[in-house]
Design a binder for this molecule. Sequence first.
Ligand code: FMN
Length: 177
Amino acid sequence: MNSQIIIYGSEYGSTKRYAERLSEITGIEAVNYKEAKNIGDYKRVVYLGGIFAGGVMGLKKTVGKMTSQQELVLATVGMTDPNETTYFEGIRKALKAQLPASFYDKNKIFHLRGAIDYSQLGFKHRIMMKMFHSMMLKKPESELTADAKAMLETYGKQVDFVDYNGLKPIIEIITKS
Ligand SMILES: Cc1cc2nc3c(=O)[nH]c(=O)nc-3n(C[C@H](O)[C@H](O)[C@H](O)COP(=O)(O)O)c2cc1C
């Protein structure tokens, strides 16, 4: 069994940047989930995926190729500040429901902040964000969730919150054993 691989799901590049930095630091190969081969051969899979409408890009497909003997370390990359605990409790709950029990370890799940450039969004995503934006504008502030607030603050702009310091706890796990 090969030891470790970094796999990422990234539409616009911020998750890819995290994966490539992690690869540079640890010397572990990083591959796009669409091109990842022999996923079942690795002892540990480090998966980084962008969050889109609450889901983690490429995660389901990747985990579907893993066996229960393998270990999963997971990092989500989204627009919401990782310190927004209530929001990420919801994300973790959804992950717990989605992942086979052997892959869900709360100490091996991390949240990183990404980037968005509205001028680069694909047609479908542009429409989705436009609809979400107009729905959220109608809500009173007290009812807005953290992801909705983050979207309202950044709507139409180009923002980059990528912070490689967030990789530290992942590097610790990868390099320890
Ligand atoms: C259509 C769409 C839906 C999104 N949904 C969420 C979301 O539910 N939660 C969140 O925190 N960020 C959300 N984001 C922001 C992305 O997660 C963020 O831009 C991330 O950095 C994208 O990763 P990538 O650059 O690797 O593709 C969304 C962005 C788009 C375009």
